[in-house]
Design a protein around this ligand. Structure first.
Ligand SMILES: Nc1ncnc2c1ncn2[C@@H]1O[C@H](COP(=O)(O)OP(=O)(O)O)[C@@H](O)[C@H]1O
Ligand SMILES: [Mg+2]
Length: 258
């Protein structure tokens, strides 16, 4: 059943009163594919990401997802319990601000471990072992496993949030400006780590970023947004090296300060 996309978005619009959040957006995402949504601040990236990840009901349009049994399901027609189960097991969501995706006052190990418990793992030894493995994979020393993320640096918190999201091996991960709040030196290292994990796990990812370097490094395909609408999509190298739309040309030539 891999002849169907994993995620199918059709005619999605979101209005905040009479302000446009995003307008008539369609996209398909395939298993193992990384799509970057780029555009300047206020272009509708976060609105769209929230609409397709069921965090914000769109004003119009549909979002469907291919379940593990192969069935395409309309996410906004799914029951709340089933949708929550899907979000917990098959999906991840990496927030720009790690505090939004972590429990700041429980230990690093528990932040990772409780995700496993949420998908049914009950054996303490296995949970601890898997949590240790994942802390290692995101380069957090095992001597920090019992510390709380509020005592961590921004970069460490973000790496912990990534471990918490990936420990259940989701098929689809949404990321909103995952390197956005970090120092430039920390960003590069995190991006490298993220790219390795996405490749190793064969994840499908929708990543929102205003930073074209992030899109270049992580994504296979790019969607460019302006004023809530899609202006151009294509393979990442094609869009960045040979942009067709005047707006994308401006964006790429950094004339636009985004
Ligand atoms: N909760 C909200 N209420 C009203 N307007 C909003 C809200 N969130 C976003 N917007 C507006 O929707 C547009 C798109 O915003 P957003 O999706 O946050 O863009 P981006 O993530 O690309 O910066 C902007 O004009 C923004 O002001
Ligand atoms: Mg945003």
């Amino acid at each position: 059943m891999t002849d169907q996309p994993l995620l199918c978005v059709n005619g999605v619009s979101k209005f905040y009163g009479n302000r446009i959040g995003c307008q008539d957006v369609g996209l398909e995402l395939w298993l193992g594919e990384v799509l970057a949504i780029v555009g300047e601040s206020g272009s509708g990236k976060t609105t769209l990401l929230n609409c397709i990840s069921t965090r914000l009901p769109p004003t119009a349009g549909t979002v469907s997802y291919r379940m593990r049994d192969g069935q395409m399901r309309d996410l906004y027609r799914m029951g709340e319990a089933e949708r929550r189960f899907l979000m917990r097991t098959d999906w991840g969501f990496v927030h720009q601000n790690p505090a939004d995706g972590l429990r700041m006052s429980v230990s690093a190990g528990a932040n990772v471990g409780e995700r496993l418990m949420a998908v049914g793992e009950r054996h303490y030894g296995n949970i601890r072992e898997t949590a240790e493995d994942w802390l290692g994979r995101v380069e957090i020393g095992l001597d920090r496993i019992d510390d709380q993320p509020r005592d961590f640096s921004g970069g460490m918190r973000q790496r912990l949030q990534i471990a918490r999201n990936l420990v259940t091996v989701p098929r689809l991960v949404f990321m909103d400006e995952p390197t956005g709040g970090l120092d430039v030196s920390v960003q590069a290292r995190l991006l490298d780590l993220l790219r390795g994990l996405v490749n190793d796990l064969g994840l499908a990812v929708v990543v929102v970023t205003h930073d074209l370097a992030v899109a270049r490094l992580l994504s296979h395909r790019i969607m460019v947004m302006k004023d809530g609408a899609v202006v151009e999509t294509g393979l990442t190298d094609r869009v960045l090296d040979d942009p067709r739309e005047p707006y994308t040309q401006l964006l790429v030539s950094s004339i636009l300060q985004v």
